[in-house]
Design a protein around this ligand. Structure first.
Ligand SMILES: NC(=O)c1ccc[n+]([C@@H]2O[C@H](COP(=O)([O-])OP(=O)(O)OC[C@H]3O[C@@H](n4cnc5c(N)ncnc54)[C@H](O)[C@@H]3O)[C@@H](O)[C@H]2O)c1
Length: 413
């Protein structure tokens, strides 16, 4: 079969993922970024022979089968729709819709297109999450009742390299990112392992702003938001967005009527599987602690060169196979699940601002639900004139101090 031609939109994360598409025998044909230094930096990393564009309108005229959409976090939808309209398959970074209205638009565009749309959520591809998925799907835990997911990424407030690399503009999305919004790395693995779809969400946040003199332009003083969902199978999830509490690490735990499985905090690649004594399957130990192996069809030597503990490669592989076979991706990477996941992020933030009140997650298979949300463009991210619709923090008036802002602007010089 001929090599897939892949374009990359966004020279940050997009360039990281391009390596996985090369490993999957695809050809990277074009790269687009409208910040000249970032385009040049990306060009060096993506290799020779790749056409460079600073204008998306010209970029999408380049012949390609598929495109990685890795521009700004909250701006993926309009570009994804333009690609789908041209019949170009989309591998879309998270979240896929920045507003509820965009969720409706994206689903309508995906339905009109023959191209493939997939959420580029890579954490389910990590070996521990592959193992938890296998255990759940084999029914070993019985009926699944409860799951926890933590994507916990504290950063040193004085780490100037981190600030310069990731928050390189005062208006950058990371300076306005509500703690519920970066939800796919915690919720995605839970949905993948259990097969459950959130139907209702509520959230609360913990406020602890950065030190007074740390370089920062962030309007988010919260360190974490914890969300809870009731799901379509009656189960409950409890999870973070991107949190910054305790010690760094990702943690997942799934509990059923017969037992539970979790990865061990601080020892990410180790699994603890436990059954109650009377529920232990014959021939197994009640308590099992082990490092899982990759599935047989994954080459450990290949996968270890990929980012996010191999998750980048494993999930990109699903997309490449879907495009080659002309089939839409499985749950929870398909467009409806991806929009539901993004809606959890958006509505959980509203819940948090609303004292933890529950919000129903709409089902956009349903035309009535689409009509209800199709004009809801409310966003916590700044518009071109700097205005925002709603605060991005649990303390609505929170903003960086003069000292923080000056230290930050000094850093960017
Ligand atoms: N799955 C993961 O593990 C993972 C890791 C990092 C980032 N991400 C996601 O990837 C996306 C990008 O993240 P990032 O860290 O690279 O963000 P970033 O903001 O640093 O980079 C986005 C890039 O897109 C470019 N861009 C934005 N709008 C453009 C336009 N209209 N035309 C041309 N170029 C444009 C910017 O110049 C910038 O270089 C986000 O959604 C983020 O959440 C995912």
């Amino acid at each position: 079969m001929k090599k897939l031609k892949v374009g990359i939109f966004g020279a940050g994360r997009g360039v990281d993922v391009s390596r996985d598409f090369r490993m999957l025998d695809c050809e990277i044909v074009a790269l687009c970024d409208n910040i000249p230094e970032r385009l040049q930096y990306g060009a060096k990393r993506v290799g020779e022979g790749v056409a460079l564009y600073d204008d998306f309108d010209k970029f999408i005229e380049h012949p390609m089968d598929a495109c990685v959409v890795a521009n700004y976090f909250h701006e993926h939808t309009p570009f994804a729709i333009r690609l789908l309209e041209r019949g170009i398959s989309v591998y879309c970074e998270c979240i896929v819709n920045g507003t509820m209205a965009e969720g409706v638009d994206l689903i309508r565009a995906a339905e009109r297109s023959d191209a493939i749309f997939m959420l580029a959520e890579n954490y389910p591809g990590m070996c521990v999450n592959q193992e938890m998925h296998r255990i759940c799907q084999e029914g070993k835990l019985g009926q699944l009742l409860y799951a926890e997911g933590e994507y916990n990424h504290p950063a040193d407030a004085y780490d100037t390299a981190f600030v310069k690399t990731y928050n390189y503009d005062p208006q950058h999305w990371r300076n306005y990112l509500p703690r519920t919004y970066y939800v796919t790395h915690s919720l995605g693995p839970l949905m993948y392992s259990t097969g459950a779809l959130p139907k209702r969400v509520c959230a609360m946040a913990a406020f602890a702003p950065r030190p007074e003199n740390a370089p920062s332009a962030s309007f988010v003083g919260d360190r974490a938001a914890v969300m809870m969902t009731q799901n379509d199978d009656g189960s409950i999830f409890r999870f973070t967005g991107c949190a910054a509490f305790g010690a760094h690490g990702n943690a997942y735990r799934i509990c059923g009527t017969k037992g539970q499985v979790e990865n061990l905090r601080g020892m990410f690649d180790k699994i603890m599987l436990r059954y109650n004594e009377w529920e232990t399957p014959e021939g197994e130990e009640s308590v099992q602690c082990y490092t899982p192996a990759w599935a047989e069809d994954i080459n450990p030597e290949v996968v270890k060169t990929s980012g996010h503990a191999g998750g980048d490669y494993v999930i990109a592989r699903i997309f490449v196979n879907c495009v080659k076979e002309g089939k839409q991706p499985p749950f929870p990477f398909d467009v409806h699940s991806a929009v539901a996941m993004s809606s959890v992020a958006i509505l959980a933030h509203r819940s948090m601002l609303d004292g933890g009140a529950p919000y129903d997650i709409p089902d956009f298979h349903n035309e009535e639900e689409r009509a209800k949300w199709e004009n809801d463009t409310i966003s916590p991210f700044p518009k071109a004139d700097g205005s925002v619709d709603i605060p991005c923090c649990s303390h609505p008036d929170y903003k960086p101090t003069e000292a923080q802002l000056q230290a930050y602007l000094e850093l960017l010089k």
